[in-house]
Design a protein around this ligand. Structure first.
Ligand SMILES: Cc1cc2nc3c(=O)[nH]c(=O)nc-3n(C[C@H](O)[C@H](O)[C@H](O)COP(=O)(O)OP(=O)(O)OC[C@H]3O[C@@H](n4cnc5c(N)ncnc54)[C@H](O)[C@@H]3O)c2cc1C
Length: 380
């Protein structure tokens, strides 16, 4: 057993850390306030090969695995969670299923463009009436000659406003109501009949793009079916195993940012004639934060390691997301408390961390849903 990063992962981590420190830290508050990412960030991520981190080299990517993605996402989210989720969704919810389930023609068409960020990917599962209960989705795709005709509305689509391709889960078998009869379709964003809604105004990760996407009579070539007809829900769930590792990494990154801010402030702020960090009450908060962050990272790396080995890791990914997201929120709360009144204002970035942390317990399966996945596995 080896808990260290090998040479390749160390290099990748250092590259991501340097990018995060020099380019994202100074922009994170701006991203939050302007409600979008700076365009330069997209170009910088292209130069560093981050869009294609997990895309195989033969399609123009870096060919790295989930462990590398987890390491990179921790660093990026420590600086800017809006950039972090953009990259996580692109790599783990679009690049990964295309790589795993795509035909050679689909891979040749999409992966090289995804690898450079020329095309950004978005994952469309959630609907107004199908959130945690994703299998109740109602968007339909009716076969008409060589095309599917897609009708329906997807909500809360990350990267929705920037996407060049949507991976949408649609009901292809009429009369079915649950997971059976759902298929995965690659839908180019420039097809007629697609309407992308206004950016949602969010509590946190405000620099990321979240929109509604409406499909009205959109004609999608049959060749854009990903995987097997009527069997796409399995792709959605398998993909979420990887996505949850990404969000858990995001949570670890946010937790670390909170701990670093808390340590710094507790050394600087003096009350009762000494730095507040000398009070044991503050030290215990820091100790609990550090312990939970380290435990979260171990869960993340274990799940990512299993996924890289091709092992099923639904339980481990859910455990990582459950624990890491609760840790991020615990750390954000303690960090804000340590900052006292100043933490509640925009004098410090900790109020942003507090808002950003909140989403990690909601998307890609809320906390209760992770518990359901874990409980099912342990009682099976
Ligand atoms: C910023 C943002 C980005 C997102 N990005 C994407 C994206 O890119 N693609 C996409 O498809 N979706 C995306 N989502 C959707 C997200 O995955 C859902 O919001 C999430 O799955 C929860 O669904 P819901 O919001 O409908 O909540 P609901 O399902 O209505 O749940 C409400 C509450 O009830 C609880 N609950 C529900 N069922 C149970 C149960 N059986 N047992 C116990 N408790 C339960 C939940 O845990 C939650 O606390 C995004 C959401 C947000 C806010």
């Amino acid at each position: 057993m080896d808990f260290g990063l090998d040479e390749e992962l160390t290099l990748v981590r250092d590259m991501a850390r340097s990018f995060a420190d020099t380019e994202l830290m100074p922009r994170a508050t701006k991203h939050d306030r302007q409600g979008t990412l700076d365009r330069e960030v997209f170009a910088l991520m292209k130069d560093l090969g981050l869009w294609g981190l997990t895309i195989p080299e033969e399609y123009g990517g870096a060919g790295l695995g989930n462990q590398a993605l987890a390491v990179v996402l921790e660093e990026i989210n420590r600086a800017c969670a809006s950039t972090g989720v953009t990259l996580s969704v692109h790599n783990s919810l679009i690049g990964a299923p295309l790589r795993k389930f795509g035909t050679e023609a689909q891979k040749r068409e999409w992966l090289p463009k995804l690898a450079t960020g020329e095309v950004i990917g978005a994952y469309c599962l959630t609907e107004p009436n199908a959130g945690s209960d994703a299998a109740s989705l109602r968007t339909t795709a009716r076969l008409d000659g060589d095309h599917f005709v897609v009708d329906g509305t997807k909500v809360w689509v990350t990267n929705g406003g920037w996407a060049g391709v949507f991976l949408a889960y649609v009901r292809t078998e009429p009369g079915t109501s649950r997971a059976k009869g759902v298929s995965a379709l690659l839908i180019p964003a420039n097809l007629p009949g697609i309407r992308v809604g206004k950016p949602e105004k969010k509590c946190g990760i405000r620099g990321s793009s979240t929109t509604e996407v409406e499909f009205s009579g959109v004609r999608v070539p049959k060749a854009n079916l990903l995987g097997t007809l009527h069997d796409g829900f399995k792709i959605a769930m398998d993909t979420l195993d990887g996505g949850r590792i990404g969000i858990a990494s995001q949570a670890v990154g946010i937790g670390r940012a909170c701990l670093e801010a808390a340590v710094k402030y507790s050394k600087e702020r003096e009350q009762f004639g000494k730095p507040i960090g000398e009070f044991q009450a503050i030290q215990w908060k820091l100790a609990d934060m550090a312990t939970r962050i380290d435990a979260s990272r171990l869960l993340v790396q274990k799940a990512a390691w299993m996924r890289d080995r091709g092992e099923r890791c639904s339980q481990q990914a859910a455990e990582a997301k459950l624990f890491a997201s609760q840790t991020a929120n615990f750390c954000a709360d303690e960090c804000l408390q340590i900052h006292g009144g100043a933490g509640y204002t925009d004098h410090f970035h900790v109020e942003r961390l507090f808002r950003d942390a909140r989403i990690t317990e909601i998307y890609e399966g809320a906390t209760d849903i992770q518990r359901i996945v874990i409980a099912r596995a342990v009682t099976a």
